[in-house]
Ligand binder design. Sequence first.
Ligand SMILES: [Zn+2]
Length: 264
Amino acid sequence: MRLILKSKIRKFGLYLLALLILSACATVPFTERKQLILIDPQTELALGLKARQEILKKAKTCKDPQIVNMVNKVGWRIAKATGRTDLPWEFTVIEDPKTANAFCLPGGKIFVYTGILKYTQNENGLSTVLAHETAHAIARHGAERLSMVLLAQVGEGALVVALEKNSDTRSKAFLAAYGLGAQLGVILPYSRIQEYEADHLGLIFMAKAGYDPRGALLFWNRMLEKQKGSEIPEFLSDHPADEKRIETIKQLLPKALKYYHPNN
Ligand SMILES: [Zn+2]
Protein backbone atom coordinates (compact mmCIF):
# COMPACT_ATOMS: atom_id res chain seq x y z
CA MET A 1 0.00 0.00 0.00
CA ARG A 2 2.78 2.35 1.03
CA LEU A 3 4.70 1.55 -2.11
CA ILE A 4 1.69 2.35 -4.27
CA LEU A 5 1.23 5.66 -2.50
CA LYS A 6 4.91 6.47 -2.91
CA SER A 7 4.82 5.74 -6.60
CA LYS A 8 1.66 7.85 -6.94
CA ILE A 9 3.39 10.79 -5.24
CA ARG A 10 6.40 10.31 -7.49
CA LYS A 11 4.20 10.25 -10.56
CA PHE A 12 2.47 13.40 -9.41
CA GLY A 13 5.87 15.03 -8.85
CA LEU A 14 6.94 14.14 -12.36
CA TYR A 15 3.66 15.46 -13.71
CA LEU A 16 4.24 18.75 -11.88
CA LEU A 17 7.78 18.90 -13.22
CA ALA A 18 6.60 18.38 -16.79
CA LEU A 19 3.95 21.05 -16.34
CA LEU A 20 6.47 23.44 -14.90
CA ILE A 21 8.96 22.90 -17.69
CA LEU A 22 6.25 23.46 -20.28
CA SER A 23 5.10 26.66 -18.63
CA ALA A 24 8.59 27.96 -17.96
CA CYS A 25 10.12 27.61 -21.40
CA ALA A 26 11.56 30.80 -22.89
CA THR A 27 13.38 31.46 -26.17
CA VAL A 28 16.50 33.59 -26.54
CA PRO A 29 16.21 36.17 -29.33
CA PHE A 30 18.53 35.77 -32.35
CA THR A 31 19.87 32.36 -31.30
CA GLU A 32 16.38 30.85 -30.77
CA ARG A 33 17.78 28.65 -28.00
CA LYS A 34 15.12 27.27 -25.66
CA GLN A 35 15.74 27.87 -21.97
CA LEU A 36 14.09 26.95 -18.71
CA ILE A 37 13.36 29.94 -16.49
CA LEU A 38 11.54 29.47 -13.20
CA ILE A 39 11.90 33.04 -12.05
CA ASP A 40 9.46 35.65 -13.22
CA PRO A 41 10.78 38.97 -14.56
CA GLN A 42 9.68 40.89 -11.44
CA THR A 43 11.73 38.65 -9.16
CA GLU A 44 14.63 38.89 -11.56
CA LEU A 45 14.52 42.70 -11.45
CA ALA A 46 14.23 42.64 -7.64
CA LEU A 47 17.32 40.42 -7.40
CA GLY A 48 19.29 42.69 -9.71
CA LEU A 49 18.30 45.79 -7.77
CA LYS A 50 19.14 44.21 -4.42
CA ALA A 51 22.52 43.03 -5.64
CA ARG A 52 23.26 46.49 -7.05
CA GLN A 53 22.55 48.09 -3.69
CA GLU A 54 24.85 45.60 -1.97
CA ILE A 55 27.69 46.38 -4.36
CA LEU A 56 27.23 50.14 -4.02
CA LYS A 57 27.50 49.86 -0.23
CA LYS A 58 31.12 48.76 -0.60
CA ALA A 59 32.32 50.13 -3.92
CA LYS A 60 33.41 53.65 -4.75
CA THR A 61 31.73 55.08 -7.82
CA CYS A 62 33.77 56.96 -10.38
CA LYS A 63 33.39 60.75 -10.31
CA ASP A 64 35.30 61.53 -13.49
CA PRO A 65 32.57 63.00 -15.76
CA GLN A 66 34.45 62.12 -18.94
CA ILE A 67 34.56 58.41 -18.07
CA VAL A 68 31.04 58.28 -16.63
CA ASN A 69 29.62 60.07 -19.69
CA MET A 70 31.45 57.82 -22.12
CA VAL A 71 30.24 54.61 -20.41
CA ASN A 72 26.68 55.94 -20.29
CA LYS A 73 26.77 57.14 -23.89
CA VAL A 74 27.99 53.79 -25.24
CA GLY A 75 25.78 51.82 -22.83
CA TRP A 76 22.60 53.65 -23.75
CA ARG A 77 23.29 53.44 -27.48
CA ILE A 78 23.51 49.67 -27.07
CA ALA A 79 20.54 49.43 -24.69
CA LYS A 80 18.38 51.26 -27.26
CA ALA A 81 19.67 49.01 -30.04
CA THR A 82 18.40 45.95 -28.13
CA GLY A 83 14.87 47.32 -28.43
CA ARG A 84 14.29 46.63 -24.71
CA THR A 85 14.03 50.17 -23.43
CA ASP A 86 11.49 48.85 -20.91
CA LEU A 87 14.30 47.33 -18.83
CA PRO A 88 15.69 49.47 -15.98
CA TRP A 89 19.17 49.82 -17.52
CA GLU A 90 21.84 51.39 -15.40
CA PHE A 91 25.52 51.76 -16.19
CA THR A 92 27.66 52.27 -13.12
CA VAL A 93 31.39 52.97 -13.20
CA ILE A 94 33.38 51.80 -10.19
CA GLU A 95 36.57 53.69 -9.41
CA ASP A 96 39.06 50.87 -9.16
CA PRO A 97 41.99 51.08 -11.57
CA LYS A 98 43.41 47.79 -10.29
CA THR A 99 40.33 45.77 -11.21
CA ALA A 100 39.86 45.10 -14.91
CA ASN A 101 36.30 43.86 -14.91
CA ALA A 102 32.72 44.40 -16.01
CA PHE A 103 29.56 42.44 -15.31
CA CYS A 104 25.82 42.53 -15.57
CA LEU A 105 23.18 41.85 -12.93
CA PRO A 106 19.72 40.56 -13.79
CA GLY A 107 17.49 43.22 -15.33
CA GLY A 108 20.29 45.23 -16.93
CA LYS A 109 22.31 46.66 -14.06
CA ILE A 110 25.76 46.88 -15.59
CA PHE A 111 29.00 47.63 -13.77
CA VAL A 112 32.26 48.73 -15.33
CA TYR A 113 35.48 48.97 -13.30
CA THR A 114 37.85 51.70 -14.40
CA GLY A 115 40.63 49.09 -14.60
CA ILE A 116 39.12 47.59 -17.74
CA LEU A 117 39.38 50.84 -19.69
CA LYS A 118 43.04 50.32 -20.44
CA TYR A 119 42.08 47.11 -22.23
CA THR A 120 38.99 48.41 -24.04
CA GLN A 121 41.13 51.41 -25.16
CA ASN A 122 38.42 53.23 -27.13
CA GLU A 123 34.64 53.49 -27.59
CA ASN A 124 34.54 50.53 -29.90
CA GLY A 125 36.39 48.31 -27.41
CA LEU A 126 34.07 49.49 -24.65
CA SER A 127 31.06 48.77 -26.86
CA THR A 128 32.31 45.17 -27.24
CA VAL A 129 32.28 44.69 -23.47
CA LEU A 130 29.01 46.56 -22.86
CA ALA A 131 27.18 44.82 -25.70
CA HIS A 132 28.31 41.45 -24.34
CA GLU A 133 27.09 42.35 -20.83
CA THR A 134 23.83 43.78 -22.19
CA ALA A 135 23.27 40.49 -24.00
CA HIS A 136 23.45 38.58 -20.69
CA ALA A 137 20.52 40.71 -19.46
CA ILE A 138 18.49 40.38 -22.66
CA ALA A 139 18.95 36.60 -22.72
CA ARG A 140 18.06 36.44 -19.00
CA HIS A 141 21.15 34.38 -18.28
CA GLY A 142 21.13 35.23 -14.56
CA ALA A 143 17.56 34.00 -14.15
CA GLU A 144 18.35 30.89 -16.17
CA ARG A 145 21.36 30.08 -14.00
CA LEU A 146 19.37 30.65 -10.84
CA SER A 147 16.62 28.40 -12.16
CA MET A 148 19.10 25.58 -12.59
CA VAL A 149 20.26 26.02 -9.01
CA LEU A 150 16.69 26.10 -7.71
CA LEU A 151 15.76 23.01 -9.61
CA ALA A 152 18.78 21.15 -8.33
CA GLN A 153 18.56 22.33 -4.74
CA VAL A 154 14.97 22.42 -3.73
CA GLY A 155 13.30 19.77 -5.86
CA GLU A 156 9.62 19.16 -5.43
CA GLY A 157 9.10 21.76 -2.71
CA ALA A 158 10.06 24.42 -5.21
CA LEU A 159 7.76 22.95 -7.80
CA VAL A 160 4.76 23.44 -5.60
CA VAL A 161 5.78 27.02 -4.80
CA ALA A 162 6.57 27.74 -8.42
CA LEU A 163 3.20 26.45 -9.52
CA GLU A 164 1.32 28.81 -7.28
CA LYS A 165 -0.50 31.29 -9.38
CA ASN A 166 0.22 34.37 -7.33
CA SER A 167 3.55 35.58 -8.62
CA ASP A 168 4.07 37.88 -5.65
CA THR A 169 3.86 34.93 -3.24
CA ARG A 170 6.17 33.06 -5.56
CA SER A 171 8.72 35.87 -5.66
CA LYS A 172 8.74 36.27 -1.91
CA ALA A 173 8.94 32.53 -1.33
CA PHE A 174 11.87 32.20 -3.66
CA LEU A 175 13.67 35.12 -2.14
CA ALA A 176 13.01 34.31 1.49
CA ALA A 177 12.86 30.54 1.71
CA TYR A 178 15.98 29.84 -0.26
CA GLY A 179 18.05 32.77 0.82
CA LEU A 180 18.62 33.87 -2.72
CA GLY A 181 20.17 37.03 -1.51
CA ALA A 182 21.97 39.64 -3.35
CA GLN A 183 25.19 37.87 -4.14
CA LEU A 184 23.82 34.80 -5.79
CA GLY A 185 23.06 36.56 -9.04
CA VAL A 186 26.56 37.98 -8.98
CA ILE A 187 28.64 35.04 -7.94
CA LEU A 188 27.12 32.46 -10.22
CA PRO A 189 29.36 32.27 -13.23
CA TYR A 190 27.68 31.99 -16.60
CA SER A 191 27.98 28.74 -18.49
CA ARG A 192 30.10 28.40 -21.61
CA ILE A 193 26.92 28.24 -23.72
CA GLN A 194 25.69 31.49 -22.20
CA GLU A 195 29.07 33.13 -22.75
CA TYR A 196 29.09 32.26 -26.44
CA GLU A 197 25.49 33.35 -26.70
CA ALA A 198 26.35 36.73 -25.12
CA ASP A 199 29.15 37.12 -27.69
CA HIS A 200 26.68 36.30 -30.47
CA LEU A 201 23.97 38.72 -29.33
CA GLY A 202 26.57 41.28 -28.32
CA LEU A 203 27.97 41.47 -31.86
CA ILE A 204 24.48 42.13 -33.23
CA PHE A 205 23.68 44.80 -30.61
CA MET A 206 27.04 46.44 -31.19
CA ALA A 207 26.38 46.60 -34.94
CA LYS A 208 22.82 47.85 -34.46
CA ALA A 209 24.14 50.60 -32.19
CA GLY A 210 26.46 51.76 -34.99
CA TYR A 211 29.71 50.26 -33.67
CA ASP A 212 31.76 48.20 -36.11
CA PRO A 213 31.43 44.60 -34.84
CA ARG A 214 34.83 43.78 -36.33
CA GLY A 215 36.21 45.79 -33.41
CA ALA A 216 35.26 42.88 -31.15
CA LEU A 217 38.00 40.81 -32.77
CA LEU A 218 40.58 43.50 -31.97
CA PHE A 219 39.44 43.58 -28.35
CA TRP A 220 39.48 39.79 -27.91
CA ASN A 221 42.86 39.50 -29.61
CA ARG A 222 44.21 42.08 -27.17
CA MET A 223 42.76 40.03 -24.30
CA LEU A 224 44.29 36.86 -25.71
CA GLU A 225 47.70 38.52 -25.53
CA LYS A 226 47.04 39.62 -21.94
CA GLN A 227 46.05 36.10 -20.98
CA LYS A 228 49.55 34.96 -21.81
CA GLY A 229 51.11 37.67 -19.65
CA SER A 230 51.68 37.98 -15.93
CA GLU A 231 49.05 40.64 -15.21
CA ILE A 232 45.75 38.91 -16.04
CA PRO A 233 42.61 41.08 -16.08
CA GLU A 234 39.75 39.81 -13.84
CA PHE A 235 37.38 39.94 -16.81
CA LEU A 236 39.25 36.96 -18.24
CA SER A 237 38.43 34.64 -15.34
CA ASP A 238 34.77 34.52 -16.42
CA HIS A 239 35.52 35.34 -20.03
CA PRO A 240 38.50 33.31 -21.17
CA ALA A 241 39.98 34.64 -24.38
CA ASP A 242 40.93 31.62 -26.41
CA GLU A 243 41.30 30.71 -30.07
CA LYS A 244 37.88 29.03 -30.08
CA ARG A 245 36.10 32.12 -28.80
CA ILE A 246 37.85 34.30 -31.36
CA GLU A 247 37.13 31.81 -34.17
CA THR A 248 33.42 31.71 -33.21
CA ILE A 249 33.27 35.51 -33.26
CA LYS A 250 34.89 35.51 -36.72
CA GLN A 251 32.23 33.13 -37.99
CA LEU A 252 29.43 35.31 -36.62
CA LEU A 253 30.75 38.55 -38.11
CA PRO A 254 29.01 38.27 -41.53
CA LYS A 255 25.67 37.92 -39.70
CA ALA A 256 26.43 40.87 -37.40
CA LEU A 257 27.64 43.06 -40.28
CA LYS A 258 24.18 42.87 -41.84
CA TYR A 259 22.97 45.03 -38.95
CA TYR A 260 25.82 47.52 -39.20
CA HIS A 261 25.05 50.94 -40.71
CA PRO A 262 27.93 53.22 -39.70
CA ASN A 263 26.24 56.47 -40.72
CA ASN A 264 23.26 56.03 -38.42
ZN1 LIG B 1 29.89 37.16 -20.12
